[in-house]
Ligand binder design. Structure first.
Ligand SMILES: NC(=O)c1ccc[n+]([C@@H]2O[C@H](COP(=O)([O-])OP(=O)(O)OC[C@H]3O[C@@H](n4cnc5c(N)ncnc54)[C@H](OP(=O)(O)O)[C@@H]3O)[C@@H](O)[C@H]2O)c1
Length: 257
């Protein structure tokens, strides 16, 4: 345990306040990476390297807490092990598999964005790890049978499936070496412009339910704060850049928005 419970809770409430501020900011300023990358944000590095650097802290921080706090693969703590596997499945994919498979050769990303994301990911991973492997460790064995845990894990797996499948469909739009953008079709793209974000948000809502924690809730709120404004910007970008873009398609929530 690095801090007391009350210090920890105060930190999360401040963290939630920063998420709310970030949401408002991102409604006006598009984070400058991917299709919204633009000059004026300082020196840049290859995007692939940026993704690996900014997501890897999630693997390191969670593994340190898992190893120290929970003493690793301790079968007396099956819930902790399941949370560790869920987290690692997402972040090994996001940090190492996703950047290796994305068709982003030749694309750049500002170092400022990478540093911001390293800070965010380190704090977010610490808050979640601190709860699961220290302050609330171990979850009681019965938690495995609770509706929150079962529904949360199902949402997490469903969200991850949608996120990976639709990211894959975006990768498939480009031949090796291509960097331009095309209109995606099929799967949830029939209804919305950003099903990968929809899947990601579902994943972290599932995580919040399964862990039933302020840390999990704050991560779901951060995912919404980051991805709702970006879905809005991406959707607008598609409409502005493709005259033939399907007008019935929504940004993030099928049939609604
Ligand atoms: N939890 C969070 O807070 C959070 C925050 C940000 C991102 N993420 C996740 O990180 C992943 C990547 O995010 P992102 O914002 O980069 O997603 P994105 O804009 O949808 O791009 C995903 C990948 O597909 C490519 N791509 C997108 N649209 C394309 C099109 N129309 N034609 C051809 N290629 C296209 C992108 O290339 P370019 O890079 O060249 O645009 C990128 O490699 C997503 O799974 C997202 O959910 C999570």
């Amino acid at each position: 345990m690095l801090i007391d419970q009350w210090q920890y809770e105060l930190t999360i409430w401040i963290w939630l306040g920063i998420a709310a501020g970030t949401f408002i900011l991102l409604m006006f300023v598009r984070a400058p990476y991917g299709r919204h990358e633009r000059p004026g944000w300082g020196p840049r590095i290859p995007a692939r390297l940026g993704w690996i650097a900014m997501e890897s802290p999630c693997i390191i921080v969670m593994t340190v807490f898992f190893g120290i706090g929970a003493s690793g693969w301790n079968l007396a703590d099956p819930t902790g092990i399941i949370f560790y596997i869920m987290w690692m499945t997402h972040y090994v994919h996001r940090s190492w598999v996703w950047p290796a498979r994305a068709h982003i050769s030749g694309k750049k990303m500002p170092i400022s964005i990478v540093l911001f994301a390293i800070g965010f990911n380190s704090i977010n991973s610490w808050l979640n790890a601190e709860w699961i492997f220290s302050l609330h460790h171990p979850y009681p064995y019965e938690w495995l049978y609770s509706p929150q845990f079962i529904i949360g894990v199902m949402l997490f797996i469903t969200g991850m499936g949608i996120n990976i499948k639709t990211d894959d469909m975006l990768f498939a739009l480009r031949e090796n070496g291509e960097v331009d953008y095309k209109i995606p079709h099929g799967h949830m793209f029939k209804w919305i412009s950003c099903p990968n974000y929809f899947g990601e948000i579902l994943e972290w809502i599932g995580w919040a339910l399964a862990t039933w924690s302020l840390a999990g809730l704050s991560f779901a709120v951060w995912a919404i704060a980051n991805l709702v404004p970006r879905a809005r910007a991406n959707h607008k970008w598609y409409l502005e850049n493709f005259a033939e873009y399907p007008r019935s398609r929504k940004a993030l929530i099928p049939k609604i928005w």
